[in-house]
Design a protein around this ligand. Structure first.
Ligand code: AMP
Ligand code: GLY
Length: 427
């Protein structure tokens, strides 16, 4: 089988690692890929934002299945281009990808289909948005979001009226998030533990994967600014069978039937960002692809047949299939450049990678790395995800951080408390 993976982060490295292990005689191409992916696949450069270029690459490589890692190509309509050209792709159409690319669409969709989420209002003009935050209709903190894709940065949790007024001003008037902020969503602040839930969907049927927990803030104890994600663990002990059954019946199934009813069947990964509130699970947001860093701890739990499930989903034939999963604790720690998510240096030589890769029950996934004549150097904010697995969360944490002690580069930064919440939840 010939497979093409689009993307070049640790999430895509995890996909490439899994697919290449399942298809030892297959042909795997990653675009653009990274030095980690280059150990299991051919890497070629491509403009990820250009559906036509991606389609031409799939034609050139004669790929049987294309798997899309990030949201941007999906929001640009890559799935529509592949459908028109008759090539299989795992991911939603541009219209279905609005579940992530437009928060206003996602909120209105949830309201139409009675899917539990935070109470909200949508505004496009500054006077009605200001009136809404001043109205007393929302308690503080209140959550203010830019409508479109803003790389996880378009969410402001305002603790008082002045901050809320500033936030709507920045989004709608100063256009801090560009066109993504032409519309603002104002919503109720939900309380509880967060969880990331993934379902592989073929339009009608959903197969669920073990749930994970992300660590979005840059500092220990969930302090400091939001990032793309500093680490994750799975399976999260808080996702009991009972809660999972509610997530499926109250959220995943209504999303699939709602998208069918609206003429946009959903194919791809449905990532449900959940808040587990006292009233039950509620949707914080949808994403239309695997999470990063969640994929790095969830994909290793799929014990067999991920590639054939992605293929079946793309073909619309998931009904009657099973997703076999392991329950062994996995903890993934993001190794970042000092200064991230603000400015940071790049081009710094990374030492100790080979020794870390050789550690037992450790997986190293590359993100912001580059191969040079002098060896592998840093090239981004999130450089690696180091995953440890164990028979307990405590063992998985020790393995991940043990491997990290072998790795070094100037200014290297990790949180030191990834997975600690799992210990508390599991006990
Ligand atoms: P999002 O990009 O929508 O996932 O938001 C980023 C983060 O902001 C989430 O992971 C939550 O931690 C937080 N957040 C977003 N919306 C809400 C909400 N309505 N209530 C509480 N926290 C929220
Ligand atoms: N880990 C959050 C995301 O992938 O959006």
């Amino acid at each position: 089988m010939r497979t093409l993976i689009i993307g070049g982060g640790a999430r895509e490295h995890a996909l490439a690692w899994k697919i290449s292990a399942e298809q030892p005689t297959g042909h795997l191409v990653c675009a653009p890929g990274n030095p980690g992916m280059a150990t299991v696949a051919k890497c070629v450069s491509v403009d990820q934002a250009d559906p036509e270029a991606l389609f031409q690459l799939a034609e050139h490589e004669d790929s049987d299945l294309t798997v899309i890692g990030p949201e941007l190509p999906l929001a640009k309509g890559v799935a529509d281009r592949f459908a028109a050209g008759g090539r299989l792709l795992f991911g939603p159409t541009r219209a279905a990808a609005r579940l992530e690319s437009s928060k206003a669409f996602a909120k209105a969709f949830m309201a139409r289909h009675r899917i539990p989420t935070a109470a909200h209002e949508i505004h496009t003009d500054i006077s009605s948005a200001l009136a809404a935050v001043r109205s007393g209709r929302f308690d503080y903190p209140v959550v203010i979001k830019a409508d479109g894709l803003a790389a996880g940065k378009g969410v402001i949790i305002a603790t008082d009226l002045t901050t809320a007024e500033q936030a709507v001003q920045e989004i709608l008037v100063e256009q801090r998030f560009g066109a993504a902020g032409a519309t603002v969503v104002i919503e109720e602040h939900l309380k509880g533990e967060e969880a990331s839930f993934f379902a592989i969907c073929d339009g009608q049927t959903a197969l669920t994967l073990p749930a994970a927990q992300d660590h979005k803030r840059v500092f220990n104890g969930d302090e400091g600014p939001n990032t793309g994600g500093m680490g994750a663990f799975a399976p999260t002990p808080q996702m009991t069978d009972q809660i999972q059954a509610r997530v499926i019946s109250e959220i995943v199934e209504p999303v699939l039937s709602g998208m069918v009813a609206e003429g946009q069947p959903y194919v791809g990964v449905l990532y449900v960002g959940l808040m587990l509130t006292v009233e039950g699970p509620k949707v914080i947001e949808f994403n239309v692809r695997f999470g990063d860093p969640e994929a790095q701890v969830v994909l290793p739990l799929v014990s067999e047949g991920l590639t054939s499930l992605l293929m079946a989903a793309a073909q619309g034939s998931l009904a009657g299939q099973n997703c076999l999963v392991d329950t062994k604790p996995h903890v993934g720690v993001v190794v970042a450049s000092g200064g991230y998510p603000a400015s940071y240096r790049t081009g710094l030589p990374i030492s100790g990678l080979e020794a870390a890769v050789a550690c037992e029950d450790v997986l190293i996934f590359h993100a912001g790395t580059k191969r040079t004549e002098a060896g592998i150097v840093t090239s981004g904010g999130r450089v690696l995800t180091v995953v440890g697995r164990g028979s307990t969360f405590s063992e998985a944490i020790d393995r991940a951080y043990g491997a990290i002690t072998l790795i070094g580069f100037d200014g290297m930064y990790t949180r030191t408390d990834i997975g600690r919440k799992a210990l508390a939840l599991a006990s």
